[in-house]
Design a binder for this molecule. Structure first.
Ligand code: SF4
Length: 378
């Protein structure tokens, strides 16, 4: 079956490393950046050749795409547009508040970018400092004004919850500020402690502590505030105004196809899940020689795709339609989940309407545990 295709471009450059970040990124050097832009064109050619496929959505993430100069954005944007059948329906670019400039936003709009996503994390200056973020609340304000004054009407703000020392009052203040800015979309992720990050080290040394009960309360406060402000809770960590759900992420969560290009980019494409090598030099060496160097390459089995569709489908506000899933994966035995659905219904973690199941508010708070139970049944 052909599924819609999304294209992800990884821009692996950041001004500095945030304390919680485990993404592959480094500080840009001009020569390396120019070579990277050539490498991106070369990787696109390796995947697509002269076929120019229809790409529904494009997403530039990182790293910090907004660190690129406007002329570099033009180079990368033209490489993308030259490689695909026509302009994508949705094209998102991630921005860091400290590197937003009018000429960059104008260039992106000129290229056809129609969705912007700004990494705010929190509006609290002290908490930002604890996260090792480079920007200040003042820069967020300036960037927001610049983006809106350029005519952007589809903007996401990325926020974080359960930050070190964050109180209920601080979270409320963050969300109240975010809502007052009236963005079309808000992503709200819980801070995670990835190995090999400064925050993970602080956690393992006992310098910061997690508080699961407070985290659950923070989720409840945040979800209430956002829903009351008119945002649809369409995925566990994502909220939007009507018609502004992120199509690129929906395509991923629905387990369709996406191709990730650039060092460390992940793909689900042409029957394989792959991770490009997380090193600009190794990646460049490969694409220049006409071959892709992967850190990982695993065949996608229908079984794997079906169980991931269940796990990610249950994270959606609308839940998932079991009949549609059975039609998509006729070879999968879905009977193995019958007892699990019954348990979750009994525990008030799941609702069912016909063949559609969805997690309740209590179920969403336990979505990771539900996912583990699904995986145990594989
Ligand atoms: S800006 Fe984003 S990608 Fe860069 S270090 Fe910070 S969190 Fe990581």
């Amino acid at each position: 079956m052909t599924t819609p295709l999304g294209l992800y471009c990884h821009i692996p450059f950041c001004a500095s490393t945030c304390d919680f970040c485990a993404f592959y990124q480094k500080q840009p050097q001009r020569e390396e950046l120019v070579a990277y832009l050539e490498g991106m064109r070369a990787e696109l050619a390796l995947h697509f050749g002269a076929t120019k496929p229809v790409v529904e959505t494009v997403f530039w993430g990182g790293g910090t795409p907004s660190l690129l100069l406007a002329k570099d954005m033009e180079t990368l944007g033209c490489s993308v547009l030259d490689s695909i059948a026509g302009p994508p329906k949705e094209w998102t670019v991630e921005l860091a508040p400290g590197s937003v400039r009018k000429d960059k936003i104008e260039m992106l709009i000129h290229l056809g970018v129609n969705r912007f996503s700004m990494g705010v994390q929190t509006f609290d200056a002290q908490v930002l400092e604890k996260l090792g973020r480079m920007h200040t609340p003042k820069q967020v304000d300036a960037a927001y004004t610049c983006i809106r004054n350029s005519g952007v009407r589809n903007l996401n703000l990325d926020l974080m919850l359960a930050l070190p020392g964050q109180t209920e009052a601080q979270l409320r203040a963050d969300l109240t500020t975010a809502i007052s800015l009236d963005p079309e979309h808000i992503s709200l992720y819980c801070l995670t402690f990835e190995e090999d990050t400064k925050l993970y080290l602080a956690l393992s040394q006992g310098k910061i502590k997690r508080n699961p009960e407070l985290e659950a309360d923070l989720y409840t406060i945040a979800w209430d505030l956002l829903e009351q402000a008119g945002y649809e809770h369409y995925e566990i960590a994502n909220f939007c105004k009507k018609g502004h759900a992120c199509q690129h992420n929906l395509n991923t969560w629905k387990m369709h196809s996406w191709l990730g290009i650039g060092p460390s980019a992940a793909s689900q494409y042409k029957g394989y899940r792959t991770h490009n090598v997380p090193s600009i030099q190794d990646w460049l060496q490969g694409v220049k020689a006409g071959k892709l160097i992967y850190r990982e390459r695993t065949p996608i089995t229908p079984d794997l795709l079906a169980s991931d569709s269940l796990i990610f489908g249950l994270r959606m506000g609308e839940g998932l339609d079991l009949n549609a899933l059975k039609q998509r994966f006729p070879q999968k035995n879905f009977d193995r989940y019958t007892d699990l659905w019954a348990d979750l219904l009994d525990a008030g973690l799941l609702t069912q309407s016909g063949s559609r199941i969805a997690l309740t508010r209590a179920g969403k708070l336990l979505a990771d545990a539900v996912a583990r139970r699904i995986m145990e049944l594989e």
